[in-house]
Design a protein. Structure first.
Length: 202
């Protein structure tokens, strides 16, 4: 069946997940003591969580976009896998909120919440890689005439992403701040990648 409705649902779900992130960015609570700088600085974990997760979700959306530009049809199994993937995407704001809340207020739990966040990213990117693995095996689902080099490049990128996030999660268990930086660096690395041939026109 035509994948465009599935892609439209996916884009809407990504938009919802990105919108949910902003709800955790709180207005500083006025106090009788302290400067405006202090009020805003107290909320920095929520600003950081928003920025990191928005970047990560944006990167995953771009990879998902690449997958759907490579196919002309999608089967029932692919639709079910995509639904599972979307469930993981819209879940990301939840560990984002937990991480932003506990990293500073309960630093002893920082390793746990940062690794929980990393596992949610690894799970989402893993399911996307499995979705592509399923679709790429079915030549009748792929667009005819696509460059095999582009297909291999996309496959490497999708397979590598969950591995990188699992490694970053392991680092977060040792040092949650370093792990958080790695989550962002991985996403930025993909966003800044100039392999535009992996995004063919519809």
């Amino acid at each position: 069946m035509n994948p465009r409705r599935t892609e439209a649902l996916s884009d809407s779900t990504f938009a919802v997940a990105m919108t949910l992130l902003i709800f955790d960015v709180r207005m500083p609570t006025p106090r009788f003591h302290g400067t405006a700088h202090d009020l805003w600085f107290n909320e920095w974990p929520h600003y950081t969580g928003y920025a990191v997760s928005f970047t990560v979700i944006g990167m995953i959306w771009m990879n998902h976009h690449s997958v759907f530009r490579m196919i002309r049809r999608i089967d029932h199994t692919g639709m079910v896998m995509n639904l599972g993937f979307l469930g993981l995407i819209v879940f990301i704001p939840f560990p984002t909120q937990i991480m932003a809340t506990y990293l500073v207020s309960h630093p002893s739990r920082g390793d746990f919440v940062a690794s929980f966040y990393g596992l949610s990213l690894a799970a989402a990117t893993l399911v996307l890689a499995l979705l592509w693995h399923h679709l790429a095996r079915r030549l009748d689902l792929l667009r005819p005439g696509d460059d095999p080099v582009v297909l291999r490049r996309l496959t490497r990128r999708l397979y590598l992403t969950p591995v990188l996030y699992l490694v970053a999660t392991g680092v977060a268990l040792l040092d949650h701040w370093v792990g958080l930086v790695l989550y962002l660096v991985i996403a930025c690395g993909y966003l800044l990648h100039t392999g535009t041939r992996a995004f063919p026109a519809s």
